[in-house]
Design a protein around this ligand. Sequence first.
Ligand SMILES: Cc1cc2nc3c(=O)[nH]c(=O)nc-3n(C[C@H](O)[C@H](O)[C@H](O)COP(=O)(O)OP(=O)(O)OC[C@H]3O[C@@H](n4cnc5c(N)ncnc54)[C@H](O)[C@@H]3O)c2cc1C
Length: 422
Amino acid sequence: METATLWEVTSEYRRTYPLLQEHITSDVVIIGGGFTGIASSYHLQNKGVQTVVLEQHKVGWGASGRNGGMMNTGYKLSAADTIKRWGVEEAKRLDQYALDCNKAVEEIAKKHQIDCDVRMSGHVGLSKNKKKQQAFERSQELIEKHFGRKVRVLTGAELQEEMNSDYYKVGLMDPLSYQFHPLDYVRGLAEVTHDLGADIYEQTKAIDVQKTGSTFIVTTEKGMVEAKELIFATDGYSEKITPELHKGIFPLASFVIATEPLEKETLENLIPNNRNLYDTINLVNYFRRTPDNRIIFGGSGIGYPAKQAFKDELYMLLTSVFPRLKGVNIDYFWGGIIGATVDKFPIIGRTAQGAYYSVGYTGHGAAQSTLHGKLLAQCILNEERLNTTFENTPLKTVPLYTNKKFLVSAANLYFRMLDKLG
Ligand SMILES: Cc1cc2nc3c(=O)[nH]c(=O)nc-3n(C[C@H](O)[C@H](O)[C@H](O)COP(=O)(O)OP(=O)(O)OC[C@H]3O[C@@H](n4cnc5c(N)ncnc54)[C@H](O)[C@@H]3O)c2cc1C
């Protein structure tokens, strides 16, 4: 049913890493080889700290290699929600932090010549519901007044300039978002941290974690790692091995289709300014052009793994938004798990044993995970943090967490219902 991801097929980076088959020691062991795990390793290695990354499949196999490659500004929470929750000053710092996340990816890619098509594209958050215009105008007012940057509410002809469709009625355009090739970024960064001395193991699943005195002992299927510090970077793929994350993460399934390559004229007609586009409902549909002239279109499915019905639904939505694409071939279809939290906000915390984790980006992890890797390094090195809000937010227990398979379906159904209610 699922194909390889478009990112896998077009990836420039092909280095592989061995399976762990011995007993080794390190300063820090990191479980999970996605953006968070690899970025943590990179920031620690830069400070001379020896790291080992354990990835159960391949680097970037999880959400990091499956996402839409959109580095959108802000958080899942709106500007109004952020201000209500933390007050104006902290909300302003959080907004700046999210901008810094995008910049960090761009700078790291530039510094290490990671070829991942990173570019400032801007985004437009969209709604089919004209009534949403008021909420967008409120966001615009708050962002401009308190965060000191310009965004624009778009309707009618102005919205048509961003997308040639009358499916959506109103949009909020933010020019500071980015796009990239997510798998090339995470694999490129893995090569960088590996070259800095990190040990990376693939096909190496952590199956047990114990703490003896001040030492973590992580057992894998064929080996073992001892380290003073442990980071869980497993996000939506967290399992019972970390009870805190098993309880605290909402696993949301999301699927993506990629069209066949389109005529340049068609692409420029449909998405003229090459921005990230997404629906601002809970279970977002998101779409963009790709450097190889396709359109990718993502959205939720009820449950995981993939079903033909999810692909059909995405095709139906794509062609409802852009009727001109009726009959277009779909070359790729894949899915993945987004880690969300009850508060729709990313959280850095510690397990009862004292291991660190950074999880729950709730659809905004593509860029935030890179600076969260830095925050984790700062926690371990006891340095001043870029921002402490993520550490000061508790990870709440997700209802029904004991049955993950059921939860993936239930979570999708629940959010669909909220979206239908408007
Ligand atoms: C379809 C889809 C579209 C998305 N689109 C966007 C987008 O456009 N923009 C955006 O900002 N965000 C998006 N996201 C979310 C974003 O991809 C994530 O926030 C981000 O990748 C999280 O990175 P991570 O490293 O924390 O987790 P992941 O990339 O999920 O990595 C976790 C890794 O841990 C490994 N692992 C788990 N358990 C073990 C174990 N016991 N032993 C060893 N390894 C283990 C897994 O194999 C996995 O590779 C999307 C997600 C999906 C699924």
